[in-house]
Design a binder for this molecule. Structure first.
Ligand SMILES: *Cc1c(COP(=O)(O)O)cnc(C)c1O
Length: 385
């Protein structure tokens, strides 16, 4: 088969299965309303939970830092790319999360790949929730550790796998999303921490969708559940509620020093721009001090979820601003998403392999900037099908 024949055959197969994807192109800023080909759409797809992606304060912080400290970082962190802006942000995040040290990565994807592949190797075993984010799976594959996948949030199954690994050589690492990205439900961190103690495992969590959203001031799910002290490795992104770009990990000073010296996705890439660190630092101040935004996004989510349930939709176990509407079949899901789009409402259709086969869904996300009217507009359109 020629190269071109191979590519077109693959794409045809995806199209046949209603799995072909092609991103829509927007213009202007991210927000509740976005412009596509000159037309305005009500947006229920973004992870901009607190509505900070286009916040004037963040933009001002970035612009001022750029004017003062330039645009490019110029090199990787270990060469000459570490600026005081990186250090300041790392200290701020660590202190906010009550940990000794923090480290910034270029993205959440790179953080997971780089952290996991540094922490474990082929002699070790990683216990991972079936619905964990793709970047976690890729990090485990990269590490060559043995991968043990447990049924979603099934603590009995996790314990069974931990028990079966008793006596095996090597370290044990349990990894979970704290809020699951496609289901909007929460990990059972209390029991995970308990099992980790019993079976002598380390715990790592990915707070991508919880950072800024859950916890008394947005620290995340671990704080919300009171188990943050028992979780050694806590990563999260700066690209979702924080409205910026990049990611962090917090933990002990030992953990930081080790990752700086071993994590390939930290070492072998150019440092994030200074201006972005300044914007993220500004976002951190807003997250810590503005509880109204967090309360608003959670209230919006509660309202929308209840209304959708009343219309007979299956929102699974969602407890967060991520609200799936499980439809099962790919074709039905894509068709409903297309009908909503015709009415000026953008809701993404999520299909395998992003979610398990038979669980295709609309993935609705709400932000603090959605109004009651916006939510009602979606409910009306959804109830008409
Ligand atoms: C979005 C996401 C990531 C990746 O973060 P980026 O900063 O977008 O690369 C990692 N983990 C989870 C659970 C996510 O939802």
């Amino acid at each position: 088969m020629t190269h071109a024949a191979f590519l077109s055959k693959q794409l045809e197969d995806l199209a046949q299965a209603h799995l072909l994807r092609n991103p829509r192109v927007m213009s202007g800023a991210q927000g509740v309303r976005v412009v596509i080909e000159g037309k305005s759409y009500l947006n229920f797809c973004s992870n901009d939970y607190l509505g900070l992606a286009n916040d004037p304060r963040l933009i001002k912080a970035a612009s001022e830092a750029m004017a003062k400290d330039g645009l490019g970082s110029g090199a990787s962190r270990l060469v000459c790319g570490t600026h005081e802006a990186h250090q300041a942000l790392e200290r701020k995040i660590a202190s906010f999360k009550s940990k000794d040290a923090g480290l910034v990565f270029s993205s959440g994807y790179m953080a997971n790949c780089g952290i996991i592949s540094s922490l474990v190797d082929r002699d070790d075993t990683v216990f991972t929730d079936r619905l964990n984010h793709a970047s976690i799976i890729d990090g485990i594959v990269l590490s060559r550790a043995k991968m043990q996948r447990y049924h979603h949030n099934d603590m009995a199954h996790l314990e069974e796998l931990l028990k079966a690994s008793l006596g095996t050589r090597g370290k044990k690492l349990i990894i979970t999303d704290s809020v699951f990205s496609m289901d909007g439900d929460c990990a059972d961190l209390k029991n995970i921490v308990r099992l980790a103690k019993v079976y002598d495992a380390t715990v790592m969590i990915d707070e991508a969708h919880a950072f800024g959203v859950l916890g008394a001031h947005g620290e995340g799910l671990a704080h919300h559940l009171g188990v943050a002290n028992h979780i050694e490795v806590q990563m999260g992104t700066l690209s979702k509620a924080a409205g910026c770009f990049g990611a962090y990990v917090v933990g002990s000073k030992l953990l930081r020093d080790y990752l700086v010296n071993s994590s390939r996705s930290f070492i072998y890439t150019t440092a994030l721009p200074q201006s972005l660190m300044a914007a993220a630092s500004c976002a951190m101040d807003i997250i810590q001090n503005d509880d109204d935004r967090r309360q608003k996004v959670l209230a919006n989510a509660d309202f929308l979820r209840e209304q959708l349930k009343q219309c007979g939709f299956d929102t699974a176990q969602s407890q967060t601003p991520i609200i799936p509407v499980i439809l099962g079949d790919e074709q039905t899901t894509v068709a409903l998403s297309a009908r909503l789009f015709e009415q000026g409402i953008w809701v993404s259709a999520i299909r395998p392999p992003t979610v398990p086969k038979g669980s295709a869904r609309l993935r609705i996300t709400v932000t603090a900037n959605h109004t009651q009217e916006d939510l009602e507009c979606l409910i009306t359109a959804m109830s008409k099908g």
